[in-house]
Design a binder for this molecule. Structure first.
Ligand SMILES: [Zn+2]
Length: 433
């Protein structure tokens, strides 16, 4: 979200009009060519060590969500408890935390008394029209506890609490032992922008960058720019790719136009260049809505996946495309050349339920048919998976059948029975939406 958001205008009529207008124009869904309805990979059926990566979009704790998190027994992770099992079962789970988690800092990074777990609209929370995010440090610990293994901290809100905010946020990530990428402390100017997460013998390097920091000064160069430092981004990808101890590189850029399903020219150019320089996948965030998937093969035949935008994971944005997100699932397999390659990719559609008990991210299994059809129009419908099917989906490796849609060898298991009962209750509740 940029500093001024048209949806938040006080005049309801105007807001409704703008909402309707943007739905018809900027969020018009693109038609996907038939051949792009399922993305598959040539090496899908080769054997070897494998891991599964789950990637979600923006974690945006708007003030309504802060209010919920600060309630008695509240926290920053229950928002997605209905899908937390999917994140936990994946070998690596990734998300973008859109804003600092810096105690005792007001907007701009001014040092003030910390109010504790309270929405004081100075340290935590914001007053319109300036949306300046900051989250309680416990958010970082809760995110870690809910199954995330790596977080991108490079986004347009990274400097909402100034350079000190970046420092304090990083200190909290370090205390929580949660790997992050895309920002660095004011004194760590030689620290790499990337971070490496090992899983099942496969080391994945993550590199985050952002198109902008909303024009807030960055005196110590703490936030990596996707375009302003493009040469550095590409050089880092190449360095990681050339490192024999690293098996895969994933670029997670924060980029694109808000509320648009179409990647802009420079997104496309950077994504393709990233893969040419050695990235295995590019997973984008920021537009608040979904953007298409694309496979890009290098001249040597190495296949890379571009997910232009995973949409919002959790937020208080209320239009249908903004409440629609995905958990992208990528399967990587270690090849003979000691590099991991993509063998499968899929997505589980998610939906933000906004109810009496607060906001919840649930899997959209079809009850929100409107939103599900929208997902299928933007993304390759052949890659849609249900979490129930994950344990049963088998690889289709018969001769001539390579590249079949069900190219899965995932080990994610069904949530336990208790969770299912809760889910049924939630489903009844969701009918209102
Ligand atoms: Zn953003």
């Amino acid at each position: 979200m940029q500093a001024r958001h048209p949806r938040l205008l006080s005049n309801a009529l105007t807001a409704t009009f703008i909402g309707a207008f943007t739905t018809l124009t900027t969020t018009a869904t693109p038609a996907i060519p038939a051949e792009a309805r399922a993305i598959t990979f040539n090496k899908a059926c080769e054997s070897g060590t494998r891991i599964t990566i789950a990637a979600v979009g923006d974690i945006l704790y708007h003030k309504q969500l802060l209010y919920q998190a600060f309630r008695k027994n509240g926290n920053f992770k229950d928002f997605w408890s209905p899908v937390a099992q999917i994140l936990k079962r994946a070998d690596l789970a990734y998300g973008n935390l859109e804003g600092p988690a810096a105690q005792g800092l007001a907007a701009g990074g001014r040092r003030v008394r910390d109010p504790g777990r309270r929405l004081d609209y100075r340290v935590y929370g914001y007053r319109l029209p300036n949306v300046s995010f900051n989250y309680h440090p416990s958010a970082v610990f809760d995110i870690k506890e809910s199954g995330f293994d790596v977080i991108s901290t490079a986004n347009n809100h990274a400097l909402d609490r100034g350079w000190r905010g970046v420092d304090r946020t990083i200190e909290n990530f370090e205390k929580a032992a949660l790997p992050f990428t895309g920002t660095r402390k004011s004194r760590d100017d030689d620290r790499p922008w990337s971070v490496v997460t090992p899983a099942n013998g496969i080391s994945v390097a993550w590199l985050a960058c952002t198109y902008s920091a909303n024009g807030i000064p960055d005196p110590h160069k703490q936030v990596l720019g996707c375009y302003s430092q493009k040469d550095e981004v590409l050089a880092e990808i190449k360095r990681l790719h050339d490192d024999e101890n690293i098996h895969a590189v994933i670029l997670t850029p924060h980029w694109g136009s808000e509320n648009s399903h179409y990647p802009i020219r420079r997104q496309k150019a950077l994504a393709r260049e990233a893969i040419e320089h050695g990235a295995t996948a590019v997973i984008g965030t920021h537009p608040h809505v979904l953007q298409p998937w694309e496979k890009h093969a290098t001249e040597s035949g190495r296949e890379g996946l571009i997910i232009y935008s995973t949409g919002n994971f959790i937020s208080n944005q209320r239009r249908m495309p903004e409440r629609t997100g995905i958990i992208a699932l990528l399967e990587l397999q270690l090849g003979d050349d000691n590099k991991a390659r993509l063998t499968a990719a899929g997505y589980i559609p998610t939906w933000v339920v906004i109810g009496g008990r607060g906001h919840r991210v649930v899997e959209n299994r079809g009850r929100m048919r409107w939103a599900l059809n929208h997902v299928k129009r933007v993304l390759p419908s052949g890659n849609l998976v249900r979490s129930d099917d994950l344990p049963r989906l088998k690889k289709s490796c018969a001769e001539g059948d390579k590249g079949a849609v069900a190219n899965w060898g995932l080990t994610i298991q069904k949530p336990r029975k208790v969770a299912q009962t809760k889910k049924k209750k939630r489903r009844r509740k969701n009918r209102r939406y």
